[in-house]
Design a protein. Structure first.
Ligand code: G6P
Length: 606
């Protein structure tokens, strides 16, 4: 959701901006723009609605610069158009600004200070750049002082990552953030800023964190950090170890298919990372001690991560015997339930940047409660701000619809539950051989991804036409049905619902009509027969039945049969056919599988 890149000190600035924006495409966007300045009085601003390819097509050979800023916009205030695309600029064409986030009090600032100004866009961002200009021109302030004054006027509930440029100091990037992500990248003789490390990874592996409410001045040869009262701060850079090529699509038509296929390798990598040569998971003992002091585990997440939490809570309760509840972060942030005396929080977030989850973490930290972030992105905001971090080791996930991060989250939850359960002496944990089970899961995933043809045919036959579809199951199968339905609706726009199969008859069965696809997930001994009865009830009302069933429960006419693994880990397999059904349905409809409409990969606004 909105991507930002900035650079100063190199004649490759324009290409660094475009490359960085392409690496941020996964976040979701609907327009793009760049501003570059050659430091000799020439500057260029180019913005286009739609894809980065449209922006590139508008770049002529004469456009060049030694410094610049770039932006991909996911519309919040005003639709996607050239006028609303960033960078925004002041009426006198002196200041240029890119922004990710939402300025909650922009209308009030506009009314109070900018009554005379004619605005070119409907955005909150333009208010900020016009305000900086006003304070510089009318109050004779320096750019730094004016920017700081504006930052102090922005309400605390706002979110922003800003990079501001001034034509009169064209080698300087004025940078600040609150809640929205932004990092400094340190190049050799030049410096950068970007929404994440991947956007700069071709140029550097050395980064510097930016804290909320800091003013950062980035020049080609140095970076100055101050707090909002003007005090200097020092900060050490850190290095990240990411392979720049791991984010490429290779021979795959879409990232999503590549990422689905990578799941067996991710399972094996997790075993290697967390076990090495040992049979016991290697988990930070301080983390286990901190968890052992708690009386209740609260799992917090959004979207697919929330769904992974629903599976994880069952695993924690079984292996550790500790009550575990799961919460949608955007709900928890504003309707905090009554908590136990000694809560421990686990944040699940692929990106580590989701604003809704971060909002919860801010409150958790204010109360000094211990927390763990399980994330795919080392040094991401949620990782930096939680007490502990464990990584997903899934490699970059680019497709908007999350696949390998979901299965990696469940696997890491299982590894952690095993380690914690044993640490507190729960016999269930001792009995559970998670290392061996994850090996079986990896082989099982491989078998499912090898049978794509069947899933492509099922998608074409049953899911290409209907407007609605249902995934149903009970217990842990129900939690997977929620994720399965989310996949289908996200990328194929079929209105899909995941439903507790026993609950169908209490209302929702009224929606079943001729040819409504109903997909049953059946992996649990205790509930298999009941879910089959519920499927029969829908079939009797005209539904087309598709079944995803564990081998030991399979019957002759089941559609997709899954290899057997421990029933608690069955979501790691049952979700894979659902991911592929969503993929092929979207592909069959000719949709952009990786970049579905209206969605963003990293949702950095609340
Ligand atoms: C967005 C993405 C989802 C993701 C959710 C939470 O909505 O489109 O795929 O599940 O954010 O993201 P996180 O990075 O916190 O897991």
């Amino acid at each position: 959701m909105c991507g930002i890149v900035g650079v100063t000190g190199t004649d490759r600035s324009l290409s660094i901006l475009i490359e960085g924006l392409k690496r941020l495409e996964y976040r979701g966007y609907d327009s793009a723009g760049v501003y570059v300045n050659d430091l000799h009085g020439h500057d260029y601003l180019i913005k286009r609605p739609g894809r980065i390819a449209n922006l590139e097509a508008a770049l002529t050979d004469d456009i060049n610069g030694l410094a610049g800023i770039g932006h991909t916009r996911w519309a919040t205030h005003g639709g996607p158009s050239e006028a609303n695309a960033h960078p925004h600029y002041s009426s006198d064409n002196r200041f240029y600004l890119v922004h990710n986030g939402v300025i909650e009090n922009y209308a009030q600032l506009k009314k109070e200070y900018l009554g005379e100004v004619t605005f070119r866009s409907q955005t909150d961002t333009e208010v900020i750049v016009q305000l900086v200009d006003k304070f510089v021109v009318e109050n004779n302030m320096t750019t730094e002082a004016a920017f700081l004054k504006v930052l102090r006027l922005i309400s605390n509930d706002s979110s922003y990552a800003f990079v501001l440029m001034d034509r009169e100091q064209p080698d300087t990037l004025f940078v600040a953030k609150n809640k929205s992500p932004l990092l400094v990248g340190l190049g050799d003789g030049y410096n950068m800023v970007g929404s994440d490390a991947m956007s700069m990874i071709k140029e550097t592996k050395k980064f510097m964190e930016i804290g909320d409410h800091e003013l950062v001045i980035v020049k080609p040869d140095h970076v100055d950090i101050k707090d909002f009262t003007g005090n200097d701060k020092t900060r050490n850079p850190f290095e990240v170890d990411i392979d720049a090529n791991s984010a490429d699509k290779g021979a795959y038509p879409y990232y999503m298919l590549k990422e689905i296929d990578e799941q067996p390798a991710v399972m094996r990598k997790l075993v290697q990372q967390y076990f090495g040569d040992s049979d016991q998971p290697q988990i930070n003992e301080e983390l286990l001690k901190s968890m052992a002091e708690s009386d209740h585990i609260y799992i917090i997440g959004a979207g697919t991560s929330y769904h992974a939490g629903l599976v994880g809570s069952r695993i924690f309760e079984r292996l550790c015997g500790v009550p575990t509840s799961v919460h949608i972060s955007s709900e928890f942030a504003y309707e905090q339930p009554l908590l136990s005396k000694k809560p421990f929080f686990i944040f699940l977030s692929q990106s580590g940047e989701t604003a809704d989850s971060r909002q919860v973490l801010v409150t958790i930290n204010e109360n000094k409660w211990p927390s763990l972030t399980i994330t795919n992105v080392d040094k991401s905001t949620l990782s930096r701000e939680a007490t502990f971090t464990e990584l997903l080791y899934a490699g970059p996930e680019i497709a908007v619809a999350s696949t390998k991060a979901y299965t990696a989250q469940i696997a890491v939850e299982a590894i952690l539950a095993k380690a914690f359960g044993e640490f507190i002496g729960n016999p269930e944990a001792k009995k559970f051989d998670v290392k061996h089970q994850l090996g079986l899961v990896a082989n099982g995933m491989q078998a499912i991804t090898d049978s794509k043809k069947t899933l492509e045919e099922v998608a074409a036959r049953f899911l290409s036409k209907p407007r609605n579809a249902f995934y149903i199951g009970r217990g842990i199968d129900w939690t997977v049905s929620l994720e399965a339905a989310l996949k289908l609706k996200e990328i194929s726009y079929v209105q899909a619902e995941g439903f507790a199969s026993g609950e169908l008859k209490h209302g929702t069965i009224a929606l079943i009509e001729n040819n409504t696809p109903v997909i049953g997930i059946i992996t649990q001994d205790r509930t298999a027969g009941l879910t089959r009865s519920n499927l029969d009830e829908t079939e009797a009302r005209g539904a087309n039945i598709i079944t995803i069933v564990s081998r030991h429960l399979a019957q002759e006419d089941d559609t997709i049969v899954l290899p057997d693994v421990d029933q608690m880990l069955s979501p790691l397999l049952s979700v894979v056919p659902a991911q592929l059904l969503a993929y092929y349905t979207s592909l069959g409809k000719g949709l952009d599988v990786d970049k579905p409409r209206n969605l963003a990969k990293s949702v950095t606004v609340q």
